[in-house]
Design a protein around this ligand. Structure first.
Ligand SMILES: Cc1cc2nc3c(=O)[nH]c(=O)nc-3n(C[C@H](O)[C@H](O)[C@H](O)COP(=O)(O)OP(=O)(O)OC[C@H]3O[C@@H](n4cnc5c(N)ncnc54)[C@H](O)[C@@H]3O)c2cc1C
Length: 383
């Protein structure tokens, strides 16, 4: 674990980690991002190459193949990767979240069984919480797991599952008890278990580099040995995963927006109107200054929330919700402004800007919508 010497200065290790991820994004991801989006190609081999550099289990313990890094390190990595393609970085974020849940809440046997293959990404993971009738109100989920000897029989449906159809392991929240959050447990379910099937790959506005499918469970027999933690602890486990997931998604928004701002700067240096370069118009210079400032504000606050999660601070969940809301709203606005600064060319796929805007839009919706982020913060204020 590499801690920052102070809150606002990265250590030499952290700079090296960030540069490694940035170089990988520049060489392996960015040149392909527009084509992958167009072809709806899920770049599994590239993800495995990222895992070979330690990015498959970033904040997972080293005895099972993880990198043992901090949440702040992870935020640096996801921002850097997302400069190449936010959708690719975001799938890696979900994989890391599910892998961490097994490492953090699994027994030694469960950790040894699943985490090493997840850390190398020989196996890919998905996170299954949302259902057709339970999104924001996730504790209303209905997928049932009924005990039958040393197995559970699982019936129900998960909706919008990232990676589904390509991933090997599903970390799924199911109802083993009564209504509400205390009746929920977490099961690790291999994708090839009989009775598990998938809906069609959803047609989406963005995130086309990764599949999104419904996951259907019909009489799926899952060993009780695949349950993480005790019965009834599943909602707590799911929410713990999301604290870090929200930081990562926020970081992906920052990376996408930074790439969009950099593209706008380069474009405005070349493009002329009314006899001068676009970057000579003071109105546009002020816009650029605001974009850079808003991004830096969001980034600085996201690091603060990551440091709080690393320190297991009592207000870490609130800070992660604040950071997710600020970073994803800012990221979308900055990317959309960068598109505007490209004029009509920003709307063309070849310039790579419209893809970033489409990818970042969903970050305001998933891992808890930004309305739900406000709900989490408001609860801490009002009680
Ligand atoms: C591309 C994509 C990938 C996804 N990947 C995953 C995944 O891998 N795993 C997974 O489990 N889920 C995933 N999701 C699901 C995502 O987390 C949910 O879509 C999200 O939580 C919102 O749920 P919902 O769509 O049911 O919207 P609803 O809950 O129906 O919300 C509709 C609107 O009402 C608002 N709203 C709801 N309740 C309140 C309230 N109390 N106060 C104020 N406003 C409220 C919401 O903010 C939203 O604007 C993904 C979604 C998408 C689009």
């Amino acid at each position: 674990m590499s801690g920052a010497p102070d809150m606002f200065t990265l250590s030499d290790d952290q700079i090296a980690i960030r540069d490694m991820a940035r170089d990988f994004a520049t060489a392996e991801i960015a040149p392909n991002a527009v084509a992958w989006d167009e072809a709806k190609h899920f770049p599994v081999e590239t993800l495995r190459a990222a895992a070979a550099l330690g990015m498959g289990g970033i904040y997972v313990r080293e005895d099972v193949g993880g990198s043992g890094l901090s949440r702040l390190d992870a935020a640096l990595i996801f921002e850097a990767l997302a400069t190449g393609c936010p959708g690719t970085a975001a799938y890696l974020s979900i994989h890391n979240m599910a892998t961490w849940m097994i490492d953090r809440f699994g027994s030694d046997d469960q950790r040894a069984r699943w985490v090493p293959q997840l850390a190398t990404m020989a196996c890919l993971a998905s996170y299954g919480l949302t259902e057709p009738g339970a999104g924001s109100d996730a504790a209303a989920l209905k997928t049932r797991a009924v005990r039958d000897g040393d197995h559970y029989i699982v019936d129900g449906q998960k909706q919008f599952i990232s990676g589904a159809g390509a991933s090997d392991i599903h970390v799924v929240m199911v109802r083993t008890g009564g209504g509400g959050p205390k009746g929920i447990s977490t099961l690790v379910i291999p994708a090839d278990t009989p009775g598990l099937s998938f809906g069609a790959n959803e047609k989406k506005m963005g995130w086309n580099v990764q599949p999104t499918r419904a996951v259907i469970f019909e009489g799926v027999r899952v060993p009780v040995a695949n349950r993480l933690g005790a019965e009834g602890e599943g909602f707590k486990i799911a929410m713990a995963g999301l604290d870090g997931g929200r930081l990562n998604i926020g970081a992906c928004s920052l990376g996408g927006a930074q790439a969009a701002l950099d593209k706008a700067l380069a474009y405005m240096r070349e493009r002329k109107a009314f006899g001068q370069r676009l970057d000579a118009f003071q109105a546009l210079q002020f816009r650029l200054a605001d974009m850079a400032t808003e991004l830096e504000v969001a980034r600085t606050f996201l690091w603060r929330a990551a440091a709080a999660l690393d320190a297991k601070a009592p207000d870490a969940t609130k800070l992660c919700a604040m950071a997710k809301r600020v970073a994803t709203d800012t990221g979308f606005t900055v990317a959309n402004d960068a598109l505007q600064l490209h004029g009509g060319y920003g709307y063309l796929a070849d310039y790579g800007i419209e893809k970033i805007v489409r990818d970042l839009r969903v970050h305001q919706i998933l891992e808890g919508t930004n309305e739900i982020m406000r709900l989490i913060v408001a609860r801490t204020l009002i009680g």
